[in-house]
Design a protein around this ligand. Structure first.
Ligand SMILES: *Cc1c(COP(=O)(O)O)cnc(C)c1O
Length: 335
């Protein structure tokens, strides 16, 4: 199977499994797991932050960040299509009493900062207290320009807001821009990094920020039932991914570029330019998309099943797989 539905389908390699099996472990709720401690410190150092906290998922590290920055009745500013608003089951509101103020996401993946500034509430008992601006990089495969992030930091400082980055795919942003993780993370008070996407671990995310913020997040993680015991067995995969799967994301980006350029011009589809590891293909109708998806499936190629079809490249998709996918599309589209 060539699975283009997501980079979350990546499977742990033999080397990664071996590293997991060999990991020294302890009880991480007691703070005793040497592998977890080392990984938390490594990711904190790589991102230029004081401390890190290992957690089960990116949803959990985002939630921990929102709960750590905001009190009940506080408000966070966020994109309609950003993961922390749309794809986390409303956890910030349900579990934290945090009020979302969503904005339409611009074509380049940013929020309009003038509009954002307009929606920051004055200190008035009628209003929630605007506390946090939550951004995302990459967003739907788009790299957010660092200049924009610096402007967002300025705006946050002007209004005394905290700034969080959902950096689930910050590794892709780093490889695409050549900026290191610390530079990408610099404008932010907290960053959530996800290792179970293109980095290829089975489980694992890390939240980074100040010592104080991570202490709060640590308590909240326990409260959420996210305290894990011999978690070094999964943290070892993160360590392995940083050593072996970070730089190679460039191959995924090259494969996405190749896929986009080979599909471009085929009849009945409009292909959006690829910046990182995602290609979006627009069909004339959902039915047309499903027909192509069905045909590809019969050739052991799995895709999203939507009119704007997302194709994601990752470490279990090779260049020859890409060629096979292109042949499948040509056949399905009758060209
Ligand atoms: C995948 C993802 C997350 C985290 O998702 P989990 O499945 O909970 O690890 C967060 N933000 C974005 C943008 C993502 O794509």
């Amino acid at each position: 199977m060539i699975d283009l539905r997501s980079d979350t389908v990546t499977r742990p390699s033999t080397g990664m499994r071996q590293a997991m099996a060999d990991a020294p472990v302890g009880d991480d709720v007691f703070g005793d797991d040497p592998t977890v401690n080392a990984v938390q410190q490594r990711v904190a150092e790589l991102t230029g932050k004081e401390a890190g906290l290992f957690a089960s998922s990116g949803t959990q590290t985002n939630l921990l960040a929102l709960l750590s920055h905001c009190q009940r009745g506080d408000e966070y500013l966020v994109g309609q299509e950003y993961h922390t608003y749309r794809y986390e089951a409303g956890g910030a509101a349900v579990l934290g009493g945090i009020v979302p103020q969503p904005f339409e996401v611009e074509a380049d993946g940013t929020l309009n900062l003038q509009l954002v500034e307009k929606r920051i509430k004055p200190d008035d008992p009628h209003f929630p207290i605007t506390r946090l601006l939550a951004l995302e990089n990459t967003h739907t495969g788009k790299v957010i320009p660092q200049q924009y992030m610096l402007k967002a930091r300025k705006l946050a400082d002007k209004h005394g807001l905290k700034l969080h980055l959902d950096g689930a795919r910050i590794f892709n942003a780093s490889v695409a821009t050549g900026l290191d993780l610390a530079e990408l993370a610099a404008p932010f008070d907290s960053v959530s990094l996800c290792f179970s996407k293109g980095m290829g671990t089975p489980i694992g995310s890390v939240l980074v920020g100040s010592k104080k913020l991570i202490q709060r997040a640590h308590r909240l993680r326990k409260m959420l039932g996210g305290g894990m015991r011999q978690a070094g067995i999964i943290a070892a995969a993160v360590d392995y991914a940083l050593d072996h799967n970070f730089d190679r994301l460039a191959d995924d980006h090259a494969n996405a570029l190749e896929l986009a350029s080979a599909l471009k011009g085929l009849p009945g589809i409009v292909v959006e330019p690829a910046q990182t590891n995602m290609v979006y293909v627009n069909f004339e109708s959902l039915e047309a998309a499903l027909n192509v998806s069905d045909h590809l499936r019969s050739k052991d190629i799995l895709t999203a099943r939507s009119q704007r079809m997302r194709l994601v490249t990752h470490l279990n998709v090779s260049r020859s797989d890409i060629e096979q996918v292109v042949r499948g599309f040509r056949k399905a589209l009758g060209s």
